[in-house]
Every structure is written in structure tokens, then in C-alpha cells.
Design a protein around this ligand. Structure first.
Ligand code: FEO
Length: 411
């Protein structure tokens, strides 16, 4: 497939097929992948997304063969991850008249990543449209699909959705269109969803709402096959796979508190889980019967244990309980530590150590980043002094929502 293939009137594929085994997010893409970029040769020529940075120069040269880059008016960056924005530096160096179109969150990222501090930017918000001379682009913000700055673009006249990572497949395509692949691409479509999108499925539900009123005749994603048949079936697959299990799930939250701040965190965790339809048993270990708490932990799907810190250690009767967990079979349960602290918060780390000595799946910031790329979810949940401002509240809610999503995954 050569760059310059027309997928719709005046809309050309200008991407790169990468048929190597590609390492990506701790996965090995054994079928390779495709970086799709699109050139819209309208009255105000526009490029939507670019390619991986490794192919940036080649990409810019191909575009130069199709249009004078000085004529390009807009470069739309739906998502700043370098497999899509990586060709921007090479393209922007030639397309010096082009304005970069992206979300507000994306601007400083692009400026820093590609040293494009002095370029012209058009910041778009959810529902904004842009006249590109004969075609109109509509933008919808889709944060956390796949990262915070992400948006999708829809061409009103051609009824084409350009959703970047969403609705993609990691395949070095033999044909751009799924219906010409010679096999059913559904398995690759589902495999991509599970590997890349599913951890973010809380936001897929927002996406489904965002696209439900659009008349979509073609989905032109930024990896793999372009979809033009059975569009609603592919969207329904995302809707189905992102729904939650209806099985009852239970969380046990156990805490010891010095000045009620750790208790407040425990209650905020409880409220978030209950908001997500997950039942909670909440225990102040210094007031409860220890055996009742152990029974609650044994029956729970996730266990949260929190402590205030006093003189660099845990408070109350918590250690007696923690010592017994290593001897219990808690396999299959999720676990997380939390607490309020004033100076260094050593107790929270000690709780984490005890949890790591069990056979539970203990949540850590490191694992969240490695498995999902999310940087707004932190474990253990450490809150200095009272959980009394929005940043602290969001930290607690993000962590509880993350565990909720793991518990409620239907696939
Ligand atoms: Fe295909 Fe989030 O990158």
C-alpha cells in the first residue's frame, strides 16, 4: 500500500505499514502494526495524525510528493503518543504555515516533545468544528482513550470518524479496508481492545455516548484496518466489552486512625465503591473483633488496609491482624494500602510490605503505569494530613475507581 491511496473523495491515506514484530507497552505486536495518517486535500489542506517517529522523515517526504507542504493549513493531532505524533516534527519543519489543532492538554506536550513552542496552535474543545475548505471537522474530547489529551475527529461531509487509537487493530495490513482483508478482522479488533483499551473502559462508555448521534459511514483509525461495513457492530463490540459484570463484588476496608484523617480516607473509599455498586464492609480494627475482620477479608474480592503513622510506624492493633494474613489463602483478591500522614508516612509502606507478603494481587503505582500507562492513579494511597482538598479527593477516588474497574471487568 503506497501513501496517496484515496479512501474517500479528496481524503488520502499517508501512513506507514510496519511489518516487523513491534515492541509496544510491554507487548510484542507479532502481526506488526500500521500507523495511519490522512491527508485531506481541501481548500485548507489538513493532515490528521502522523506516524511513528521512526518513520517521520519518510512520512514527510511522501506527503511532499502529494502536496506542497507550504499549502498545508492544519495538522490535527488527536493523541500525542509518539506512534501517532512522532512524524510531526518532520512534517512541521516542511509545513511551516500549518496550525496544529489539538486539545488544551496536548499543547504543552507537543511543545516539549517536538520543540514546537513557537508554532501556531488551535485549541479545540468538545463539540468545536473547523471549516477546512469544503469539508468540516467536528472534534470530541475523549480523555484517557488512550491518554488524557486525546480527542477524536469526525468529518461531517464524508461521515468519517478518525478516532486515532480507538477502534484500531495492531496489524500490518495487507489491504487498508477490513472488508478487503480476506479474513474476518474481528478477532484482531477484540484483541486490540483487550490489550490497549480495556483498562480505560470507564471512558469507553463516554465515547459511546459521544458517537451515538453521529452518522458514521467509515471509521478510519490510526492503527490497522479502516472499517466501512458493519460499523455499528464494531461500535457495539466496544459497548459490550466495556460493560461491567453484574456479579456482586465485595470490598473489605480496614483501618486504624490517629486523628480521624485515615478514617476519612476509608470512608471516601467506601463511598466511591458504593457509588460503583460494590458493597463494602468497613472496619476500625481498634474497635472491631479481630476474627470478624479476618472473616470479612476472607470473603472479600478486594482488601484495603490503612494506617496513620506515628513515630514512623503503624498505630493501634493493626499489626496483629497483618501478621495473620500471610498464612491465609487470599489468592485472587486485590489489595491496596492507604493512610494519612504528617511527615514521612512510613506506616503506609509497612502495610504495603505486609500485603506484599500475602498471595494477593497488591496494587502499586509501578504496575499501574506499566500495564496501562495511567499516571493519575497511585498506590499506595498516601495523603498528607487531612483529605480536604480536591487534589487529595481525586487521588482517593481515582484509586478506588481503578480497583472498581478491575473488579467489575466482564471480560
Ligand atoms: Fe497508538 Fe496510544 O498509541
Amino acid at each position: 500500500m503506497k501513501p496517496g491511496f484515496e479512501i474517500s473523495k479528496d481524503i488520502y491515506w499517508v501512513g506507514k505499514i510496519d511489518d516487523r514484530e513491534v515492541p509496544f507497552h510491554r507487548l510484542l505486536l507479532t502481526k506488526g502494526t500500521t500507523y495511519n495518517s490522512y491527508l485531506l486535500k481541501t481548500g485548507k489542506p489538513t493532515v490528521i495524525d502522523t506516524v511513528d517517529m521512526e518513520f517521520g522523515r519518510e512520512f514527510a517526504e511522501h506527503i511532499t510528493g502529494l502536496i506542497d507542504p507550504l499549502d498545508i493549513q492544519y495538522i490535527v493531532i488527536n493523541h500525542t503518543e509518539p506512534d501517532h505524533s512522532g512524524g510531526l516534527a518532520a512534517l512541521a519543519a516542511r509545513a511551516v504555515n500549518a496550525t496544529i489543532v489539538c486539545t488544551e492538554v496536548a499543547v504543552p506536550e507537543i511543545q516539549q516533545m517536538y520543540k514546537l513552542q513557537h508554532r501556531s496552535y488551535l485549541v479545540v474543545k468538545d463539540g468545536d468544528t473547523l471549516d477546512i475548505g469544503g469539508k468540516t471537522l467536528l472534534f470530541k474530547e475523549t480523555p484517557y482513550l488512550h491518554t488524557e489529551e486525546t480527542m477524536i475527529t469526525y468529518c461531517l461531509e464524508d461521515k468519517i470518524l478518525f478516532p486515532c487509537d480507538i477502534f484500531s487493530t495492531h496489524v500490518a495490513v495487507n489491504s487498508l479496508f477490513a472488508d478487503e482483508a480476506g479474513f474476518d478482522v474481528t478477532e484482531d479488533f477484540i484483541g486490540y481492545y483487550k490489550a490497549i483499551i480495556h483498562p480505560h473502559r470507564r471512558y469507553v462508555r463516554t465515547l459511546i455516548e459521544a458517537v451515538k448521534d453521529l452518522d458514521i459511514q467509515m471509521i478510519a483509525p490510526s492503527h490497522g484496518y479502516i472499517l466501512r461495513h458493519n460499523i455499528n457492530n464494531f461500535i457495539s463490540l466496544y459497548a459490550d466489552m466495556s460493560t461491567e459484570t453484574t456479579e456482586d463484588k465485595k470490598v473489605a476496608i480496614v483501618y486504624t486512625t490517629l486523628k480521624n484523617n485515615t478514617k476519612k480516607i476509608a470512608n471516601m473509599l467506601k463511598d466511591t465503591f458504593e457509588h460503583n455498586q460494590i458493597s463494602v464492609e468497613l472496619w476500625d480494627i481498634d474497635k472491631a473483633n479481630e476474627q470478624d475482620v479476618l472473616n470479612s477479608i476472607a470473603a472479600a474480592d478486594a482488601v484495603w488496609i490503612g494506617s496513620s503513622t506515628k513515630y514512623a510506624d503503624m498505630t493501634g492493633k493493626l499489626e496483629s491482624l497483618l501478621k495473620q494474613l500471610a498464612d491465609m489463602n487470599l489468592e485472587g483478591k486485590l489489595a491496596a494500602a492507604f493512610g494519612s500522614y504528617g511527615w514521612s508516612g512510613e506506616a503506609i509502606e509497612v502495610v504495603q510490605d505486609y500485603l506484599n507478603a500475602t498471595n494477593m494481587d497488591v496494587q502499586s503505582t509501578s504496575n499501574v503505569i506499566k500495564t496501562t500507562g495511567m499516571t493519575h492513579v497511585e498506590f499506595p494511597v498516601r495523603v498528607r494530613f487531612a483529605p480536604n482538598d480536591e487534589v487529595k479527593v481525586q487521588k482517593i477516588k481515582h484509586a478506588a475507581n481503578f480497583v472498581s474497574d478491575l473488579l467489575l471487568s466482564a471480560i
